[in-house]
Design a protein around this ligand. Structure first.
Ligand SMILES: O=C(O)CCC(=O)C(=O)O
Length: 310
């Protein structure tokens, strides 16, 4: 890795590793000041200081401590729509460097998610991000910015290296495993849990992973603290994004979700303009599983309902 000012830049060897294994870790991507800024901003967003026009938002009691506030939510979807600071980090120099090297010169972002995952909170079951956000050229890339050390104790990420390569979207089913948040799980793939490896990183690292890579996280087993992560999703700007249903007069093959932020290069579809579609949403802090009264049995799992992932 060579230094570009204060930010790490990846080598061809690292880009090759990403293509081969489906993931890449860049350590020390955030400076200590950036890390501090992101942690402060996480609390501000959860406290409602950046606006409360958030689906599922309930104001915390006036005397709530920072810990009370952070424990209320498992995840905030689309924080970049609330916070200029979160928006700035969509285009962090290390992310732009990696995305342009593994995707191409023109890159757009369509989603951000801020996981808080306090001690005791559940993980996310096996999934592939492209089952939720379909690109047409298999370029979906997650940029997972660790705001705390993330490890096997506090619910860090697990990946199955190389599982992106077949380019197959495996089936999904409703799961009710108390270790996981109430989302669907991917199953029926030809890998075992023993094929998975933990991705243990220090705060300030960014983990990149391919949209076809099978990954999951386990609960936060620590006694205290959080496993905070901002994860953003990117793809090539050349690909249409058939994420939502086609509009009137459109057909599936040309559906193109246009609530995007360009982070590099030019947008070949710039003539379409950009739309406001996604709305910030709080994912309440369930204790895992789907039977804790949170969801009637005939309701769709949460990922399907909101069109988001993780
Ligand atoms: O950080 C996690 O616990 C899960 C993140 C994830 O699965 C994703 O971003 O797709």
């Amino acid at each position: 890795m060579q230094a570009n000012g204060q930010y790490p830049m990846i080598t061809q060897e690292m880009a090759d590793f990403y293509h081969e294994q489906g993931y890449l870790i860049v350590e020390n991507a955030l400076t200590p000041d950036e890390l501090e800024e992101m942690r402060r901003e996480t609390t501000a967003v959860c406290r409602g200081d950046r606006g409360t026009n958030i689906r599922n938002y309930e104001a915390p009691p006036a005397d709530a401590t920072e810990e009370d506030i952070l424990r209320r939510y498992l995840c905030i979807h689309f924080p970049h729509k609330l916070s200029a600071i979160m928006e700035k980090y969509l285009a962090h120099p290390t992310i732009v460097d990696v995305a342009t090297k593994v995707i191409g010169p023109n890159v757009k972002c369509m989603q951000s998610m801020l996981f808080i995952k306090a001690a005791g909170k559940p993980g996310q079951a096996w999934h592939q991000d492209e089952e939720f956000i379909p690109t047409r050229d298999r370029t979906l890339l997650g940029g997972w910015i660790a705001l705390d050390d993330a490890n096997t104790t506090n619910g860090g990420l697990w990946v199955i290296p190389g599982s992106h390569k077949p380019g197959i979207i495996w089936p999904q089913q409703v799961q009710n495993d108390p270790r996981f948040d109430c989302t669907v799980e991917t199953w029926g793939f030809p890998y075992k849990d023993e094929d998975a490896i933990p991705v243990e990183v220090k705060a300030g690292a960014i983990v990149f992973f391919n949209g076809y890579l099978l990954h999951r996280s386990l609960p936060n087993f620590a006694q205290s603290g959080y496993r905070r992560v901002l994860v953003n999703h990117y793809m090539s700007a050349e690909s249409l994004l058939p994420w939502h249903k086609p509009k009137d007069g459109e057909w599936m093959a040309i559906a193109d979700y246009r609530d995007i932020v360009m982070i590099a290069g030019v947008d070949p579809y710039g003539w379409k303009g950009v739309e406001e579609i996604a709305h910030p949403m709080l994912r309440p802090s369930g204790e895992g599983g789907c039977d804790n009264g949170a969801r009637p049995k005939d309701e769709q799992p949460r990922s399907v309902v909101v069109g988001g992932i993780g």
